[in-house]
Design a binder for this molecule. Structure first.
Ligand SMILES: NC(=O)c1ccc[n+]([C@@H]2O[C@H](COP(=O)([O-])OP(=O)(O)OC[C@H]3O[C@@H](n4cnc5c(N)ncnc54)[C@H](O)[C@@H]3O)[C@@H](O)[C@H]2O)c1
Length: 310
């Protein structure tokens, strides 16, 4: 297939893009390299890899790229509440307006597969198993713009939305601001973490399972299109305290304690059902007990010692 990925040099895109190229697809990545990342260098060997350095909000760039694609995967976004809070205008124009533009530019036959956050389920749903029919009521601008983008995508024909749990695992464009990655990073380098809202439940999915779910959506597009699917590990609807206990199994010297040092801007405390996706035949392959040793190896390589002798 001819695939356009906006934001394809990001955390998810930097694992997805080489996988698609390895399978023989023709992949164009449109990215502004916001983080000065060099994560796609290994993709340049492929004749079928094209790169457009530019802004996903620029219609003059996006229009011809969309016209050539069979499938569009919009990943370009300001991701996460703290980054969105630094530039609310860029958040609106990138996370929502640019996706609505793609929907307007794409023909009915062209396919779109897009990830959104499931964080909005958490609001007022304590202890309840959220399904795709539960209301999404995000509080943060990040959550709101992603939900609006999903609405635009699912209003058109030929689209799938994947509502991702918090992603974890190593990527060539690494993010240590994601919960599991953050805790394992602290466990490796500081041997300790102080947790707030420790009993609040969250859910998780490995970045390679995210890539696998995109492939699953491509392979089963005809039967899966037109709907949203929760994507998470059934066995990883865990509180932060429970997550720390899992990390401690792998790093016995890791110490964690709780203190009232903050609160979640999206008020996430929720359990998510992945039954709809499971009924399409998808099974995750990366439980936490497989991903945490991967992260420990990765963080043994990555060490931020710019201002230190060790
Ligand atoms: N990682 C998660 O836990 C998670 C969970 C749910 C949904 N998602 C969604 O998955 C997508 C990718 O997330 P990620 O974790 O890879 O984040 P990321 O921040 O690593 O990637 C975003 C990419 O978009 C690019 N970008 C930003 N603004 C751009 C612009 N104006 N024009 C062109 N490129 C631009 C960045 O350079 C980066 O490569 C996002 O849409 C995000 O909302 C991620």
């Amino acid at each position: 297939m001819k695939i356009l990925i906006t934001g394809g040099a990001g955390y998810i895109g930097s694992v997805l893009t080489p996988t698609l190229l390895g399978l023989g697809h023709e992949v164009t990545v449109l990215d502004n390299f916001f983080f000065h990342q060099n994560s796609l260098l290994d993709c340049c060997q492929y004749d079928k890899f094209q790169i457009i350095r530019g802004d996903a909000r620029n219609e003059a760039l996006v229009k011809p790229a969309v016209a050539k694609a069979d499938l569009i995967i919009p990943l370009a976004a300001l991701v996460g509440v703290p980054l969105c809070n630094t530039d609310t205008i860029a958040t609106q124009t990138t996370n929502q307006d640019a996706v609505e533009m793609i929907c307007r530019l794409a023909s009915h036959e062209q396919r779109i597969i897009m990830p959104v956050t499931n964080s909005g389920y958490g609001v007022g749903e304590k202890g309840i198993h959220c399904t795709e029919d539960s209301p999404l009521r995000p509080i943060s601008q990040y959550g709101v713009t992603k939900v609006k983008a999903e609405e635009a995508v699912l209003t058109r024909e030929n689209s799938i939305s994947f509502r991702l749990a918090t992603v974890f695992g190593m990527s060539p464009r690494m993010r240590i601001d994601l919960l599991v990655n953050d805790f394992v990073h602290r466990a490796v380098h500081d041997r300790a973490v102080v947790i707030f809202e420790g009993h609040f439940k969250r859910n998780f999915i490995h970045v390679r399972d995210v890539v696998r779910v995109f492939l699953h959506g491509m392979q089963n597009f005809a039967t899966m299109k037109g709907r949203a699917y929760n994507v998470g590990l059934d066995e990883a609807n865990l509180s932060k305290i429970e997550l720390c206990a899992v990390i401690q199994k792998h790093l016995p010297k890791f110490v964690y304690l709780e203190a009232p040092i903050g609160e979640d801007p999206d008020k996430r405390d929720y359990i998510v059902s992945n039954a709809r996706l499971a009924s399409t035949g998808f099974k995750p392959e990366w439980p936490l007990d497989r991903g945490i040793p991967e992260l420990i190896k990765g963080f043994t390589i990555l060490r931020n010692s710019v201002y230190s002798n060790v």
